[in-house]
Design a protein around this ligand. Structure first.
Ligand code: SAM
Length: 248
């Protein structure tokens, strides 16, 4: 059985121990039935991970650090997914799956054809928890960042690195070919991927994106649902940049 992993604030970690408190104590003891002598992994969101042995202290628990290592789950390539707001729980599916595969940031985006409204604070809290749980489960070393909601214009203006806009109308430039053709120097520590809502991007949005250096790319001859397209684009990017080959 794999060892349980938990993100904690960095100030819980000292030279040799980890302070465990509150809800995590309850979860370890009463939900996972773990106690003194069991091992868990603590992550401090800096890219380090700490294997600790649990020890009873007073009424609570602390972790004694027995091994510290760089978490292997962080890709070198930083992918930010600019995802148009979409209906229902599909945005959550995107956050969960894209965290698992290695996306490093999410920007919820308001586009002309969005029908979904902007998230309230409850929904944003739920999205943060989905990212946290997916990052713990998939052995990420850092939590992907959920950035503030942006309008499409601001999103294009804020994009960094190689910036790609999957667009079903693009018939020439496939995403893989574009990534393979990058000069080695540009190869590519930062990639921004823009995915539209259920109704796609408007003509103005495509034109504006180009004027900001956000280039349209094809994901193939089939029309993917909005919740599929970002995952496919991120997987192809990670594959083309050599991030899906294990640690060898
Ligand atoms: N309204 C469009 C239509 O029916 O032709 C489909 C929009 S699609 C459901 C939502 C988003 O997924 C698009 O804005 C685009 O970013 C992306 N997408 C879907 N299929 C794609 C493809 N074959 N190539 C590139 N992008 C695609």
């Amino acid at each position: 059985m794999s060892i349980h992993r938990f993100f904690l604030p960095g100030d819980c970690i000292t030279q040799s121990t980890v302070v465990i408190s509150g809800r995590l104590v309850h979860r370890l003891r009463n939900v996972l039935r773990l106690g003194a002598g069991d091992h868990i992994v603590i992550l401090d969101n800096s890219g380090w991970e700490y294997e600790v042995e649990l020890r009873a202290v007073g009424g609570g628990l602390e972790g004694v650090i027995i091994h510290k290592a760089v978490a292997a789950g962080e890709p070198r390539t930083k992918i930010t997914l600019y995802q148009a707001l979409i209906k229902g729980s599909n945005f959550e599916l995107i956050l969960q799956k894209c965290t698992e595969i290695g996306v490093t940031g999410f920007v919820p985006m308001v586009c002309e054809r969005c029908v979904a409204g902007e998230p309230d604070s409850n929904r944003l809290g739920r999205w943060q928890r989905i990212i946290l749980e997916a990052a713990q489960q998939s052995r990420r070393g850092k939590l992907p960042v959920l950035r503030n909601v942006l309008r499409f214009r601001e999103a294009c203006e804020s994009a960094t690195g190689v910036s790609l806009l999957p667009w079903e109308g693009e018939k020439v430039r496939g995403i893989g070919g574009v990534l393979r053709s990058l000069p080695k120097t540009e190869n590519a520590t930062e990639v921004s991927i823009f995915v539209g809502p259920e109704g796609g991007f408007s003509a103005w949005e495509q034109e504006f994106a180009r004027s900001c250096g956000v280039w349209p790319v094809s994901l193939g001859n089939r029309i993917l649902r909005a919740e599929t397209a970002g995952l496919v684009a991120a997987v192809v990017t990670l594959y083309e940049l050599g991030e899906l080959n294990g640690s060898s």
